[in-house]
Design a protein around this ligand. Structure first.
Ligand code: SF4
Length: 464
């Protein structure tokens, strides 16, 4: 249920309808090879490190319970978080939607007089389309996460929550660097070390000269006002400490109640995402460093509306580990761009339609085979398949009557009464005719319509 006045999410949450976009992706052999190799490697690593923990099931339930507690009392935790942040010198801003968030952040950046900002780890900024808004205001945003940088230099879009350039192999990345990275060695090879070194040189110069940073946060601790960024390259640390102005853009669902609760997620997240026991860098900051001005922008953008739906709100538990993407057979074949949203894969199929309203994303709940593997691997036990079914029914209810829905309603009416049903199956031979001659657009293009049998079982039974 969405109450009047609840802001729907905007920004990069909608795109080409899934069936159309997926058809294009399925024809790209290179993309499918790149995806299959990357996802199967991460899947194997994840399974092995998760298998090491005898209490994984309990940890998973603890993660889900902590997130549910936060969601049930989000208003209180947010106020507590704001008070803790403010008491340590951080300025807090509230943004109802993407437009408001972009306006707040752009004004803060413009007030510093800079024309360039560095960014680290923030899906929320991709969601709201911040880079585009900054560009309109004459400010260039430089991504410092290696995979994000590859996507940015390649004029591309992210296709994965954790590995945004997963659809590219290293030869393609080398070509992007050679073409787009100023001052790069023209003989750069596709050796991963050489590629990382080229990116490091490019970024170091930015870290030393750019004075405004924009970060995301994996978690916010309501009790202390601490923000946490979990990453693999160490660039987060440079971004968070060197610039004189730090603006952190945080979705309102990112909170955990206390420092102690963080311990659960620091076990769940790295194992589920990169298949590591512990991620290489975890940055925690509570207030600005000396001489720094710090801002936190708390973004709603459809989250309150999602929270209002008791059957869909668990999607807000998501800690963006990407285990569901790496396990999903649909994602592995279509890649992330087909979902048309910042959030691809199974979680995108439930989160994006809820953030925007199902009317703006009606095809995503159908972008799944409902095999259930996403639920099995989710570290916070989000029952994505049930949620997909729930959203499918909302999509169907929101649509005007179609030939398919009218036919299904009629079939439902007949099947709900045994006498009606018996009478209908006696008309089997008419059914045989109908199935040959009645056009069922959509259904018959992808499915064979089975012919009813010449004699029903009941007739056969009665004749004995
Ligand atoms: S839904 Fe679960 S598995 Fe998927 S990204 Fe979120 S936390 Fe990870």
């Amino acid at each position: 249920m969405t109450f009047l006045g609840m802001p729907a999410g905007g920004g990069n949450l909608t795109g080409t309808p899934f069936p159309k976009a997926a058809r294009g992706a399925l024809g790209d052999d290179q993309l499918r090879r790149n995806l299959a190799k990357a996802t199967s490697t991460i899947r194997t690593k994840r399974a092995s490190v998760v298998g090491e923990l005898p209490d994984w099931a309990e940890l998973r339930l603890a993660g889900a319970a902590i997130k549910d507690e936060v969601l049930a009392n989000l208003d209180e935790y947010l106020v507590r978080f704001e008070e803790a942040l403010t008491s340590r010198g951080t300025h807090v801003h509230w943004a109802r939607d993407a437009e408001e968030a972009n306006r707040i952040i752009t004004d803060l950046v413009k007030a510093t007089g800079t024309r360039e900002v560095i960014k680290v780890k923030s899906m929320a900024t991709v969601e709201i389309g911040l880079n585009e808004a900054l560009a309109d205001a004459g400010v260039h945003a430089v991504e410092t996460d290696l995979a994000e940088l590859i996507v940015q230099l390649g004029n591309d879009k992210s296709s994965h929550i954790l590995v945004p350039a997963i659809h590219r192999n290293r030869t393609e990345i080398r070509d992007v660097f050679r073409r787009e990275m100023a001052g790069v060695d023209p003989d750069l090879t596709d050796d991963p070390r050489a590629l990382a070194e080229a990116a490091r040189k490019h970024l170091r110069q930015k870290f030393m000269t750019v004075d405004v940073a924009i970060s995301g946060a994996n978690f916010g601790v309501a009790e202390t006002g601490a923000l946490v960024v979990v990453e693999s390259e160490g660039n987060g640390r440079m971004c968070l400490t060197l610039p004189r102005t730090l603006i952190s853009v945080v979705g309102i669902e990112k909170l955990v109640p206390s420092w102690r609760d963080l311990e659960v997620f620091m076990q769940l997240l790295p194992r589920s995402s990169t298949g590591e026991r512990m991620n290489p860098y975890t940055s925690v900051w509570t207030g600005p460093t000396e001489g720094q001005t710090s801002h936190v922008v708390l973004v709603d953008n459809g989250r309150t509306a999602t929270l209002a739906d008791p059957d869909g709100r668990a999607a807000l538990r998501c800690i963006r580990c990407s285990a569901c993407l790496n396990s999903c057979p649909v994602y592995e074949r279509t890649g992330g761009h087909a979902y048309g949203s910042t959030y691809p894969g199974p979680i995108g199929a439930v989160l994006s339609p809820q953030l925007t309203g199902v009317d703006k994303n009606p095809t995503l709940p159908f972008a799944s085979s409902l095999c259930g593997v996403c639920y099995d691997v989710c570290p916070v036990a989000i029952d994505i398949p049930s949620m997909l079914v729930h959203l499918r029914s909302r999509v169907t209810e929101s649509k005007r009557a179609t030939p398919e829905s009218t036919a299904m309603r009629a079939v439902g009416w007949v099947m709900s009464d045994s006498r009606r049903w018996s009478r209908l199956i006696r008309l089997g031979k008419f059914g045989r005719l109908a199935s040959r001659h009645v056009p069922l657009p959509g259904w018959s293009s992808a499915r064979d319509l089975p012919l009813p049998p010449k004699q029903t079982f009941r007739d056969w039974w009665e004749s004995r």
